[in-house]
Every structure is written in C-alpha cells, then in structure tokens.
Design a protein around this ligand. Structure first.
Ligand code: ADP
Ligand code: MG
Length: 344
C-alpha cells in the first residue's frame, strides 16, 4: 500500500486539477513559465495555487496546502525557504509536506548533449525513502546534546525497494521509446547490517530477475564521481539519497537541470531534485528553467498525459542543444525567457 499514488482520474472534459505551490526564490517565476507553456501546448491541467509563507511560525498555511494536495492528489512546487536559525523543533515546511504521506523520492540525473559537465554520464536515477531512517523526524532535544534517531523497519525497506524497482521499470518503459536501456540497481549499505540484509533478501527473493549489487556508502561516493557510468539506479535511505542526488546533479551540470518527484500513498509531489530556492538569482530572468520543466513532464507522465510529457520534454532537450541559449549556470548568457520561448 506504500507509494503507489495512483494518478487521480481526470475530471469532466478530461481535465486534471493540480495544486501549485509557488514557494520562494525562483520558484514563482519558474512555475509561471510552466503554466504559460502548458497553456501554449493546450495541456488539460488546471492549477490551484496555494501559497505557503515561510516566514510564519505557526503551521496553518502548510496544513491548508496539504488539504489541497490530498484533494487533488498531485502537486507541483517550488522550494520553500527554511529558516535554519530556528531550533530543531521547528520543522521545515518542505518536510512537513513529505512526512504526512509515506513517500519515496526519485531524482533523475541525465547528461545533455550540449552541456559541459565534469563527467560524461548516462541517466542515473536515485531513489530514497522520505520519512523513515534519519528523516523520521524523531529528535529529542533539550539544550545539548540533541539525540536523533534513525528508524529502520523491514516494512519500510521492503516498500523502498518495491517502489524503486517499479519506478525504474516505468522510466525504462517510457525511455525505451527513444533508446533501449537496461537498468542495473545498486543499493547502498546503510548504518548497520540490517538494511543490507533486508534489501538483499528482498532483492534476491522478489526481484531476482534484475541485476543488483550492493555498495558501501563511502567507496560509492568516490566511484560515483570518478566512474558514474557504472550506475543506473541507486537505492538508499533518505539522507544518503539526498546527498547522492545532489552529487549526481553536480555531475551533469547543476541544480538547474535535474527534476525530482515524491510518490506517496495518497499523493505525488513534483519539484526540482536539489531543493534550493535560488533567492540570490530570483526575479532576474537568469534562472535555468530546465529542472522545473522536466519535473512538470514527470508530473504529466504520472497523470498518464504521456503525449504532452513527451512533446514538452523533447522540446526542452532540443533547446538544451543550442549553446547560445544556455543560461549562466551552464556557462551561457541566455535568459530564462529566451529558453522558454525557444521551447515553445
Ligand atoms: P540562494 O537561495 O542563496 O540563492 P540556494 O542554496 O537556494 O542559494 O541555491 C544555490 C545556488 O544554486 C543558487 O544561488 C544558484 O546560483 C544555483 N541555482 C539553483 N537553482 C538554479 C536554477 N534553476 N538556475 C540557475 N541556478 C540555480
Ligand atoms: Mg536558498
């Protein structure tokens, strides 16, 4: 029952309603471009905008947002600023969204022909589990020391693995239209042997048709940077997943390029894979819209609007080949608007 997040059926006239959370920094402008592009392509999606205010201390706004997401089953969001100077008892609004629903997180890093990157790499998909392990949000805080607990259960690891294999298979099926891929799965050894034993058992028993191997987190970190080609799908608990997906994003050209998604029991939330707000580049028309646009394509696939997803993704990737349109983060002088117009 975990992370299946069946897409909600379309409403009258075949249209879907999606909750849109603009977030902070570059979130609002990038999501405006998504809306503009969807209108331009006649995508049958209506957005219900819910603002979440990161400066409030009570959590009413985020609870309203969660209610709206539950109602619609799908959300597209910008990142919400987290005030890290507040005590650990203050929960990040991004995290509150992820915790109410047991979600698995996916991030898709893939190289683009026209983009210079530190490493040539094919697509790497990393998946992790949002709400258990070190993200179970169980912190016992007095003044000092602060004790954080990593919660590990066989049930949640079973869910993680099932989720990862299913998602990887779906991606494989979708991308097969363009080029055949054969995924191999690497799962990362976590604190203690428990994770390893459970994952190996489940992988061997239920998924013996796929090629899997395990890896310790430390050697993995160096291999990922020196020889990323050996990895296709990486499965790991949340903290590692977060670090590894950020490393993958760095390997393929940065946070402006990589989309991400969280699939839960009750709803699915789509956003950029690295969770930055980009406050310093907001409202300057220089942010790279690629990551957010590709996240919106993942959302369209989730809604079974595959033709729209493929059309927009194809245009985004084609535009990436045009070096003169590259935004500053990938070494060009193009503006956000120029990129979006070229995609249109
Ligand atoms: P800040 O909020 O201080 O700008 P973040 O940690 O949120 O910093 O983001 C780090 C940096 O990553 C940003 O300042 C920006 O340079 C870069 N970045 C993130 N997303 C994008 C994007 N979509 N396009 C271009 N640069 C980006
Ligand atoms: Mg920021």
């Amino acid at each position: 029952t975990h992370a299946h997040a069946e897409p909600p059926p379309a409403k009258y006239g075949g249209r879907h309603t999606v909750t849109l959370i603009p977030g902070d920094g570059i979130g609002p402008e990038l999501l405006n471009h998504v809306r503009e592009l969807f209108r331009f392509c006649c995508v049958p999606v209506d957005f219900e905008v819910v603002n979440v205010n990161s400066s409030l201390t009570e959590e009413d706004d985020i609870n309203n947002a969660i209610t709206a997401i539950r109602r619609n089953g799908v959300a597209l969001k910008g990142n919400i600023e987290t005030n890290h100077t507040l005590p650990p008892s203050h929960k990040s609004r991004n995290n509150l969204l992820r915790l109410v629903d047991e979600q698995g997180a996916v991030s898709l890093s893939c190289t683009h022909a026209g983009v210079d990157q530190p490493q040539k790499q094919k697509a790497v998909q990393s998946t992790s589990w949002n709400c258990s392990h070190l993200y179970s949000a169980i912190s016992v805080q007095s003044v000092a020391p602060v004790t954080s607990q990593a919660v590990q259960t066989a049930k949640s690891y079973n869910a993680l693995l099932t989720f990862s294999f299913r998602k990887a298979k779906q991606t494989e099926k979708l991308s097969r239209r363009h080029a055949p891929v054969r995924h191999s799965y690497s799962y990362v050894w976590s604190i203690g042997g428990f994770y390893f034993l459970v994952i190996r058992f489940i992988a061997g028993l239920l998924w013996n048709s796929v090629c899997t191997n395990s890896c310790l987190c430390l050697p993995l970190s160096s291999q990922l940077v020196s020889k990323p080609q050996q990895f296709d799908v990486m499965v790991m608990p949340n903290l590692y997943g977060n670090v590894v997906s950020n490393v993958c994003a760095g390997l393929v050209g940065g946070p402006g390029l990589v989309p991400g998604a969280n699939y839960g029991r009750d709803y699915a939330v789509f956003e950029t894979a690295t969770r930055n707000t980009g406050k310093s580049i907001a409202n300057k028309n220089i942010a790279n819209p690629t990551a957010m646009l590709l996240a919106s394509c993942m959302m369209l696939d989730h809604l079974n609007l595959h033709t729209y997803a493929a059309m927009i993704r194809g245009a985004v990737l084609k535009t990436m080949n045009e070096t003169r349109l590259h935004t500053a983060d990938i070494g060009g002088q193009g503006t956000t608007l120029e990129v979006v117009q070229s995609i249109m």
